[in-house]
Ligand binder design. Structure first.
Ligand SMILES: NC(=O)C1=CN([C@@H]2O[C@H](COP(=O)(O)OP(=O)(O)OC[C@H]3O[C@@H](n4cnc5c(N)ncnc54)[C@H](O)[C@@H]3O)[C@@H](O)[C@H]2O)C=CC1
Ligand SMILES: O=C([O-])CC(=O)C(=O)O
Length: 323
């Protein structure tokens, strides 16, 4: 007998990330090949025709695990009793819009969705915020969901982590799967800090294998920070398939564990590493039994501290711009 379908809400369902994400979810890439799912697709009223087209394509794939699809423009209907939610939909920056206006427009979306999650989502649901500015959107959501465990909310920093893994593996001529203990700290923005200090490949420190501090500081760190912009310039549109892939990677590791390995997640701070409480910030974590634990007690040198301070300062600025 098949188990009860897992209910997965996805917002921004008519958008380009979801055009990859939904098909991966329906294929069993999150819960595995024997777990049926129900998709709850949330988008704006004016996007419902486009969502209907995506639903027709999902149907035409005849995914055996996809038991039901719900289309809605009502967050409460989308989040009712869900097991997991990918919050992808957010407002892009339009002509003449300042960053502050963008923050405010998106804050409103995540306030409404936070309240709905607070009221109707399953108490053990995992909520992953992808829509930018992802970290601050997640903080807003948490602030508006006082009865929902803030540890059940994270924002996506995994795309940056995956981007850094590939560049490091290329430079060290090893497999991406050989690398452990890479950290991406901070905000999902150009201030993020891809940190190789603790990273190893097959047990050996990557900084020794690569032995090129100039490449690390002047090439790797800025390239990872600017990768999103480079993709927009090359493709004429922002990362979509790689963002969907990272969203599944982050959620899957959070649910199913990392087998003692580190990954990076943006989670609510409890003051570790001097990150102010309440900010949602990229940190090293390990996941086990459906929960994450922040890797604590790492010694940070002056360079690491200055990079971390800069990205924290930006997160504080985003928070203050909204208050
Ligand atoms: N955290 C990360 O690493 C990454 C984040 N992103 C961000 O993900 C977001 C989505 O990207 P795309 O799919 O390319 O954008 P898109 O513009 O193609 O799609 C966004 C969708 O969200 C919908 N939407 C807007 N407001 C909504 C609301 N209140 N409720 C439900 N749906 C709503 C729109 O109607 C649209 O269908 C953007 O903010 C983008 O910057 C993109 C790549 C990586
Ligand atoms: O830069 C953007 O707008 C899209 C994004 O977040 C990324 O690709 O990392």
């Amino acid at each position: 007998m098949q188990s009860t379908p897992k209910k997965i809400a996805v917002t921004g369902a008519a958008g380009q990330i979801c055009y990859s994400l939904l098909f991966r979810l329906a294929n069993g890439d999150l819960y595995g090949k024997s777990q049926p799912i129900e998709l709850r697709l949330l988008d704006l009223p004016q996007a419902q025709d486009a969502v209907r087209g995506v639903v027709m394509e999902l149907e035409d794939c005849a995914f055996p695990l996809l038991h039901n699809i719900v289309m809605t423009d009502d967050p409460r209907q989308a989040f009712e009793g869900v097991d997991a939610a990918f919050l992808v939909g957010s407002r892009p920056r339009s002509k003449g819009m300042e960053r502050r206006d963008l923050l405010a427009a998106n804050a409103e979306i995540f306030k409404v969705q936070g309240r709905a999650i607070n009221e109707v989502a399953g108490r053990r649901a995992k909520i992953l915020v992808v829509g930018n500015p992802a970290n601050t959107n997640a903080s807003i959501l948490i602030a508006n969901a006082p009865d929902f465990n803030p540890r059940q909310v994270s924002s996506m920093i995994r795309l940056d982590h995956n981007r850094a893994l590939t560049q490091l593996a290329r430079k060290a001529a090893c497999g991406v799967g050989d690398i452990d203990k890479l950290v991406v700290w901070g905000n999902h923005s150009p201030t993020m800090f891809a940190d190789w200090t603790y990273a190893t490949a097959a047990g050996r420190p990557l900084s020794e294998t690569i032995a090129d501090d100039h490449w690390y500081k002047e090439v790797l760190i800025p390239e990872i920070a600017r990768r999103g912009t480079a993709i927009i310039e090359a493709r004429g549109a922002s990362s979509a398939a790689s963002a969907a892939n990272a969203a599944i990677d982050q959620m899957r590791d959070w649910m199913h564990g990392t087998d003692g390995r580190w990954t990076s997640m943006a989670v609510i701070s409890q003051g570790q590493y001097g990150i102010p409480e309440g900010l949602v910030c990229g940190v090293p974590v390990m996941c086990e039994d459906g929960d994450y634990s922040v890797v604590e007690g790492l010694d940070l040198d002056g360079f690491q501290k200055s990079k971390l301070d800069k990205t924290i300062e930006e997160l504080v600025g985003e928070r203050d711009a909204l208050s």
